[in-house]
Design a protein around this ligand. Structure first.
Ligand code: CA
Length: 473
């Protein structure tokens, strides 16, 4: 009998695909993450169903959308009695472990379940000398840099379980705000000028009013906490925005490099142990991030830079290497995919669908051609982002900002008017031209409105009352 594959699931935090050289990044080289692209498949249309840490992590583990698993915001922890795919792997005889960021709650009902070993950061955790938590209330004080420590622990786990099927979840804290590099990287990029993205000076003309209110601009970064320096005297506003961007991006990229080095060490160890052939190695991030795009940092919105997850998978039994897929795959599809590869049945309640066949380049004829997204945290205190939902196809995107707290935890502010946006991703991939009221798009708009309603029905979510009536005439 063929040995069951190991799973090494590496997930970072807020690492946008456009900060990975395998995805054509203009700003950084990530040679170790790139190895997975060279030897595996790069997914070019992998998306989260809710672009914020806790909900995306819950959707990955449970294979269900936020309105089904109940993890809709940062303040709705995961009920650890829910079915998860690590639990299913453990039940099927896998040794399971999670090391690093959990961010799905703490305590008897929210601690990791389905793991033989867990060592996690409390909440967001710290970059330097982090405290880590284990089962039975054990608190471990660590000395060192978080990405290095997580890497060390993961290598220990792999060595210990090299002779049995294992599923290891290596969940990096990097590259989450506030960005603190490893001391060896403090001066990396000091002599560089990080290129600004094309939309850095976006005036957001034509976008929803709710979008113009978000607090994600360079001026919303805290100089001391985020940028580690007071603003130099004598800068014009434009100069200050440029200075802030450089400070922000250099620390973000230093943190990315620290993690990339650790990933290289793990891949080397798999090679040395002779495990690479039998191990599915995944690299992803819980969602994307704005790297100065539209003038912003952060995520939350349904625009491409935030919606897209990097997703690289290497499994030499199936992947030919250096291949790409533009099939739409979602975080809810991860659970059934890894279960199928492990030969473990997928329960009916799982909403995602296995994309295992895509690893060898076979796309099922009836593969999904659209995806559903919903962000629930209306006017959160930090970023003032609107609640919204929408649909994305391979060519277009439709977004409804319904702007109502709906009594969601973490939500604030008044009920604002419903607004809609629509983008033609083929002619306007940077999403700068809202065509919701453009008569030339009337037919496509109707089709997208119907598709959004179909997805909501199929997935069991509720449309916001009066949303369709609020479409511009
Ligand atoms: Ca995140």
């Amino acid at each position: 009998m063929q040995r069951r594959p190991n799973l090494l699931f590496i997930m970072s935090d807020d690492h946008a695909a456009h900060a990975i050289s395998a995805y054509g990044s203009r700003i950084v080289e990530t040679p170790n993450i790139d190895r997975l692209a060279d030897e595996g498949v790069r997914f070019d249309a992998a998306f989260c169903t809710n672009s914020i840490c806790t909900p995306s992590r819950a959707s990955i583990l449970t294979g269900t959308h936020p309105h089904v698993n109940g993890v809709t915001t940062l303040d709705t922890p995961l009920d650890n009695e829910l079915w998860t795919f690590p639990q299913a792997l453990q039940d099927a005889g896998y040794v399971t472990g999670i090391i690093g960021k959990w961010h799905l709650g703490h305590g008897p009902r929210h601690d990791p379940a389905g793991f033989d070993r867990w060592r996690i950061l409390p909440g967001q955790g710290h970059y330097d000398n982090p405290v880590m938590l284990e089962a039975d209330g054990v608190v471990v004080e660590r000395s060192g840099y978080v990405s290095d420590l997580i890497t060390d622990d993961c290598i220990d786990f792999i060595e210990e379980h090299r002779d049995e099927p294992f599923a290891l979840f290596c969940h990096h804290k990097a590259a989450h705000r506030t960005w603190v590099p490893a001391p060896r990287h403090f001066s990396l990029f000091d002599d560089d000028d990080i290129p600004e993205p094309e939309t850095f000076r976006d005036d957001l003309a034509g976008h929803a009013e709710a979008i113009k209110r978000v607090k994600m601009s360079m001026m919303d970064l805290d100089p001391i906490v985020d940028l580690k320096s007071p603003v130099p005297d004598g800068l014009s506003r434009d100069e200050e925005i440029e200075w802030r961007y450089q400070r922000y991006m250099k620390d973000y990229l230093r943190v990315v490099i620290g993690m990339d080095e650790g990933i290289g060490r793990m891949l080397d160890r798999l090679d040395e142990l002779g495990l690479a052939e039998d191990t599915i190695v995944v690299y992803t991030s819980d969602q994307g991030f704005f790297l100065g795009d539209h003038g912003w940092f952060d995520k939350r919105l349904m625009y491409e830079e935030s919606l897209a997850m990097p997703l690289l998978i290497r499994y030499p039994q199936l992947t030919k290497g250096a291949s790409t897929s533009d099939a739409i795959v979602l975080n809810v599809d991860f659970a059934p995919t890894f279960l199928e590869l492990a030969g473990v049945p997928v329960p009916d309640h799982v909403q995602g669908r296995s994309f295992a066949s895509l690893l060898s380049g076979d796309r099922p004829d009836d593969w999904q051609t659209s995806m559903y997204y919903r962000y629930w945290m209306h006017r959160d205190s930090a970023h003032n982002t609107p609640a919204h939902y929408g649909v994305r196809t391979s060519s277009h995107k439709l977004i409804c900002y319904y702007n109502d707290p709906l009594d969601q935890p973490g939500a604030h502010g008044p009920i604002d008017p419903i607004e809609w946006e629509m983008f033609d991703l083929e002619s306007d991939p940077l999403e700068q031209r809202n065509v919701i009221a453009d008569p030339a798009y009337a037919e496509i708009r109707s089709a997208l409105v119907r598709e959004l309603a179909r997805l909501q029905r199929e997935l069991g979510d509720e449309p916001y009352p009066g949303a369709v009536e609020a479409l511009p005439g």
